[in-house]
Design a protein around this ligand. Structure first.
Ligand code: IFG
Length: 528
């Protein structure tokens, strides 16, 4: 017969056992580095079963006196400070610092060819975190992994309770494609510098490295060109729906370029031509073949406008615009558009595209264009952006061009998730989160294989998207999937495994205040 005393001893023992199992279970799962929700999925992860704990005395050490590396260290410190409440300092040290710290160091030149331009090696032990890379860009990419290895609440802007654990082990990681981007159409609806910078924060978090800005179209000219001031002043002062529009002064454009540079993101500016040019044609009568300026346009039709191919002033205009834009753009590309020139005769379009390529090259930049340009004679190093017509992509490949994959039925972020989505269009497809992920750039279209693909770009056209809140709804949760397609080998990608990691990112979206579409296809792990 068990007496009362024995009963309470048994009860206490059972409670203790349950608690022990629970604590050790949580400690165990959190110490298996390979079970993290990092996106893009790293190439190799080796778990060693313990964890490093970020503490109030943790500092970030960088090797060497380079301002750039210190800036990267400061970027990480700023990301950790608010939520931990720790005053994390950035210091320099020639050799690995004492325990409890984070150490960023560049590898001796070409000591690790596998890491390439943007790769990194992250070694996490109980004592310290060591992040190594060939280049600063690699350190910056590795920092995003550190952020994602910490609990989601690290992204909150107010002090949270710890512990701030990171599972121990080694991650060796590097991208498949060197071009992993997003396009934002700031012409149909104008977006402020702040909104563009917020989008770049998201790109940085998922290791994407290109932001393509669609700066001109029928509804708005969005970049100041000093030699043609009416383009922005007149051509920029409305948008779809008749709102006030706007434009970036050259100073503001440079602010965007610098913000991008600090995140190892390259800006690709697009001036769409000869079609999609009503904003320019409305700003200068001389650009029109009939010498009359058009009206500003606030609808969403396409294909009705064209520059006047026969007039010399058209090429002076293009040369002035490209010259000023190239001077403001450190990146290698100028995007010349070229899409949907339905009002330009084919016999005019071809020589036009040939001339414009020469202008871009004469200004020291590489030509990027929608793959419609492939009907012209493509110069060296031209990149054709595939969006809807496979024949154009094949013609571009036949001319030796690289293909940037932006298939509208997979990677157009303005496509509705399904027919219930209030925002967006569906002319190409409804694109739910799974179909945005389940495709491969090198097998999607015939005759475009691994050797032809430069990378991937998801495009957000903004006929129906008017602000940051709506932008986030269309961009998330599909963006992490495009980032993973651009970074992780396709052999490592599988929707059923990926959707679990994406579900765990929900807490991070919430912590970052992202207005994301809670797709029913994703097993969200988000505290109510
Ligand atoms: N196609 C047009 C875009 C935009 C888009 C909306 C391209 C290259 C449809 N051109 O996509 O200007 O209107 O989904």
């Amino acid at each position: 017969m068990i007496d009362k005393k024995q009963n309470s001893t048994i009860a206490a023992f059972m409670v203790f056992t349950m608690l022990f199992v629970q604590v050790s279970a949580s400690a165990k799962t959190s110490s298996d580095l390979s079970k993290t929700d990092v996106i893009p999925k790293p190439v190799t992860i080796t778990a060693t079963g313990g964890y490093f704990v970020l503490k109030s005395h943790t500092d970030i050490y960088v090797r060497g006196e380079s301002k750039e590396i210190k800036q990267i260290g400061q970027y990480l410190a700023d990301k950790l400070k608010l939520s931990t409440g720790y005053s994390i300092d950035v210091k320099t040290a020639e050799k690995v610092p004492g325990s409890g710290n984070i150490y960023l160091t560049l590898l001796e030149k070409s000591s690790s060819s596998i890491l390439g331009e943007e790769g990194y090696e992250l070694i996490i032990t109980k004592k310290q975190i060591l992040l190594k890379a060939n280049n600063p860009a690699g350190l910056f990419r590795g920092i995003q992994t550190i952020r994602q290895l910490l609990p989601a609440k690290i992204e909150l802007a107010s002090k949270q309770t710890g512990p701030w654990k990171i599972s121990t082990g080694t991650i060796t990681d590097y991208p498949v494609y060197s071009y992993r981007g997003v396009m934002l159409d700031v012409s149909r609806h104008f977006f402020s510098v702040g909104d563009v910078e917020k989008l770049m924060d998201y790109l940085a978090y998922y290791k994407m490295n290109i932001l393509h800005l669609h700066l001109s179209d029928d509804q708005g000219w969005r970049i100041e060109i000093k030699s043609w001031p009416e383009l922005a002043k007149h051509g920029g002062n409305t948008q779809v729906g008749g709102g006030k529009g706007g434009y970036y002064t050259q100073e503001q454009y440079s602010e965007i370029v610098n913000y991008a540079k600090e995140r190892y993101i390259t800006i690709v500016p697009e001036i769409d031509m000869p079609g999609h040019t009503n904003a320019a044609l409305a700003s200068y009568a001389d650009l029109n073949c009939n010498g009359k300026a058009t009206e500003l346009y606030t609808g969403i039709n396409v294909g009705f406008s064209t520059l006047c191919i026969a007039q010399n002033i058209t090429y002076k205009f293009i040369d002035d615009v490209i010259r000023e834009l190239a001077a403001l753009t450190p990146g290698p590309y100028i995007h010349i558009g070229g899409d949907e020139s339905r009002s330009t005769k084919r016999e005019d379009y071809i020589p036009f595209i040939n001339k414009v390529q020469d202008i871009v090259i004469a200004n020291g930049k590489q030509v990027l264009g929608w793959d419609d340009i492939a009907i012209a004679s493509l110069k060296q190093n031209v990149v054709a952006q595939h969006w809807a017509n496979v024949k154009n992509a094949n013609m571009a490949v036949d001319q030796g061009a690289k293909i940037l994959m932006s298939p509208a039925n997979k990677a157009y972020l303005d496509m509705q998730y399904d027919k219930s989505t209030k925002l967006g269009l569906h002319w190409a497809a409804y694109i739910e989160v799974d179909s945005a992920y389940i495709w491969d750039p090198t097998t999607l279209i015939p005759r475009v294989g691994k050797e032809n693909v430069l990378g991937i770009e998801a495009a957000l056209w903004t006929e129906t998207i008017t602000n940051l809140h709506e932008m986030e709804y269309m961009v998330f949760p599909r963006l992490p999937g495009y980032a993973e397609i651009g970074w992780t080998p396709s052999s490592g990608r599988n929707w059923n495994e990926y959707k679990v990691r994406l579900g765990k990112q929900g807490e991070r979206f919430k912590a970052m205040g992202i207005n994301y579409y809670p797709s029913r296809l994703v097993p969200w792990e988000v505290a109510k």
